[in-house]
Design a protein around this ligand. Structure first.
Ligand code: ADP
Length: 396
């Protein structure tokens, strides 16, 4: 069974064709600048091809994907009929969707209705689902996998904000979390390797980062909130700050909510503090060259991340395993080391020699005598989406 996994952004479409017989990736690619000039990067058969092509909307982007998969040098299938189903990543399912499901008109209407909570993402997902219907026809089942569904097990004490209760009732303001598909993949993978570990903390560290506390396979708390802005310093996002700092800034600078949102989401974090870059590697390089603001950005990161981990150890009432994943977590050996150094006071000890140079492969990293196991487990959100899609389609 072949499944096409789709992740639609407002001006992008990422795809991955997965063969579920061995869970291998047959082809993948990224359509960028949809609605603008249009650029495609496509990978298959060990080749990577980049080209420009006009894509005025997501439907034309899907036609391009269809062409790449079925024609020319990167052709991997004879016809679209070989694709059994399509799985879409959806950022926000609110409190309505606790698991993945088949797309129908009601599901589309709900995703649209939840756009308020994810204005950049949910409208793009609807466009993607409609475009897939146009190109593949209505007979190919489509499944949606909600990014925050894994977090739906959080108890009210973790997800409620102490605002007047009426705002929760009126606007559904609460913590929803994000990166749930990644946290779920990693949590399941660890459970396969070590079913005995019941209290787990997963650090998904990338451009966007979140930390999740998982007890008996269920999320009890996570660092992202109503939106993916909450938590700790990220590439361009603030993470948690005093809410009054926001209204203060708006008043002082005469900013609109949209302008403030833009500053907190796109101009803050590593980029805002260092003035150098949002990319961890650039910030590390600048700090090593003596840039004090770059060093300050790193100092904030190494202060905030262990503090959240420590607070989740209390939430879990102990810790069996700490896991690192995503771009920084999988590749940043010195980042994993820097975080674990701060946790030594809790008896958590990393084997720093073993950690050195480890990139992109599953590995256990704790030293003898550590109070908790430490792992690096690469995430695979696309595979998780494909697995859900397969399960739902097979049950039809
Ligand atoms: P996204 O949230 O966009 O999916 P990724 O998970 O791909 O992001 O992570 C991107 C981040 O990973 C960037 O900050 C990048 O600097 C970081 N990264 C990649 N390789 C390394 C490395 N060797 N050391 C430290 N950070 C790295």
């Amino acid at each position: 069974m072949k499944i096409l996994v789709i992740n639609c952004g407002s001006s992008s479409l990422k795809y991955q064709l997965i063969d579920m017989n061995d869970e291998s990736t047959i082809a993948s690619g990224l359509c960028e600048r949809v609605g603008l000039d249009g650029k495609i990067t496509a990978k298959a058969k060990g080749q990577k091809v980049k080209f420009d092509v006009s894509m005025p909307d997501h439907t034309t982007a899907f036609y391009e994907v269809k062409k790449i998969l079925t024609e020319g040098d990167l052709k991997v299938i004879d016809s679209l009929e070989e694709i059994a189903a399509i799985g879409h990543r959806v950022v926000q399912g609110g409190a309505l969707y606790k698991e993945s499901c088949l797309v129908n008109e009601q599901v589309k209407a709900d995703i649209d209705m939840l756009s308020d909570l994810a204005p950049l993402h949910n409208p793009a997902h609807i466009q993607g689902i409609n475009a897939a219907e146009d190109v593949f026809g209505k007979d190919v089942p489509q499944v949606v996998v909600f990014d925050n569904a894994f977090h739906s097990t959080m108890p009210p004490k973790a997800y409620m904000y102490p605002l007047p209760y009426e705002y929760y009732e009126k606007h559904a303001i609460r913590k929803y979390g994000a990166h749930g598909t990644s946290h779920r993949y990693v949590s399941k993978r660890l459970a396969e390797l070590h079913p005995e570990y019941k209290k787990v903390i997963i650090c998904h560290l990338g451009n966007g980062s979140s930390i999740t506390a998982v007890k008996d396979g269920k999320v009890i708390d996570t660092s992202m909130g109503l939106t993916p802005l909450d938590g700790f310093i990220m590439g361009t996002r603030t993470g948690a700050i005093d809410p009054s700092a926001v209204t203060f800034l708006m008043q002082k600078e005469g900013l609109t909510p949209a302008e403030t949102d833009n500053i907190m989401n796109k101009k803050s974090g590593f980029l805002g503090i260092s003035g150098v870059s949002s990319d961890m590697r650039d910030v590390e390089e600048a700090a090593a060259d003596g840039n004090e603001r770059a060093q300050l950005a790193l100092d904030i990161f190494y202060y905030e991340v262990p503090k959240i981990i420590a607070s989740y150890i209390v939430a879990l009432q102990g810790l069996d395993a700490l896991v690192f994943t995503a771009g920084i977590g999988e590749n940043g050996c010195n980042v994993r080391e820097g975080i674990c150094k701060e946790l030594e006071c809790l008896g958590i000890k990393m084997d720093y020699e073993k950690n050195d140079g480890i990139r992109g492969k599953e590995v256990r990293l704790d030293a003898e005598g550590s109070t908790a196991a430490i792992f690096m487990l690469p995430t695979n959100e696309e595979l998780m989406i494909a697995r859900d899609t397969k399960e739902i389609v097979e049950a039809l």
